[in-house]
Design a protein around this ligand. Sequence first.
Ligand code: NAD
Length: 260
Amino acid sequence: MLKGKSAIVTGSTSGIGLGIARCLAAQGADVLLNGFGDRGEIAALCESLGREFGVRVAYDGADMSKPAEIKAMVANAEQAFGKVDILVNNAGIQHVAPVEDFPEDAWERVISINLSAVFYGTRYALPGMKARNWGRIINIASAHGLVASANKSAYVAAKHGVVGLTKTVALETALTNVTCNAICPGWVLTPLVQKQIDALAEKNGWSNEQAGRELLREKQPSETFVTPEQLGELAVFLSSEAASNMRGAAINMDGGWLAR
Ligand code: NAD
């Protein structure tokens, strides 16, 4: 379905981004991976993805807190594939602390990677999409883009900002074949969430399993994790022609988190 299209997925060496990159590649899209990790493992990942799905897979290690590197990443993808049709702004980090104790540098880092990088990626990829009159910008926000939790001030502020930015870009592209939407996942079992499970287990003297169950029970009525593959299939749908009039939406896939 996406043969001939090319995508950038930021933060795709792990977790949700990798799940989305796999699903886009499975539909025939060429993919540029981004994110941190062991260079050898990333090279092997690119090779195996390319072989499995018969697509071109490139890698750019741009740090999403550095606008010049984001600009160079978009140029790199345009050079590798000739164009960028799909931009998935996914890279993100978390920091948990009460607002009065929140380290200033953690605030700056969360805002720059989780929010400003979405602006910069969009800023640099959109002109090419508009020139070709086709594009999909998919921002990975969070249930925390729509509701808050205590002790996550920077993350909640950044993700609400992503939802607002998504709506603005959707309005600015409304007369074109470029769409911009946000996906708002609930809990997904990735390294980002495992750290929070570890902290809960340590604080309460729980096993890893019990901490995972309690984390889910507090927020996610399904009491099961959303998976990167499920989110990847949603990204595929948003990339399809069927989704051409979804614009500025913030779609929650959250096991019922926002239903109560
Ligand atoms: P993860 O920690 O598994 O993966 C994060 C990815 O981002 C990795 O590839 C990492 O290398 C990359 N990354 C981190 N900092 C970077 C930087 N400065 N520059 C470039 N790449 C960087 O996390 P995840 O859970 O897969 O999260 C992915 C996105 O989904 C994030 O935006 C996160 O906020 C969002 N999200 C996650 C959950 C969840 O429950 N896991 C829920 C809602 C939203």
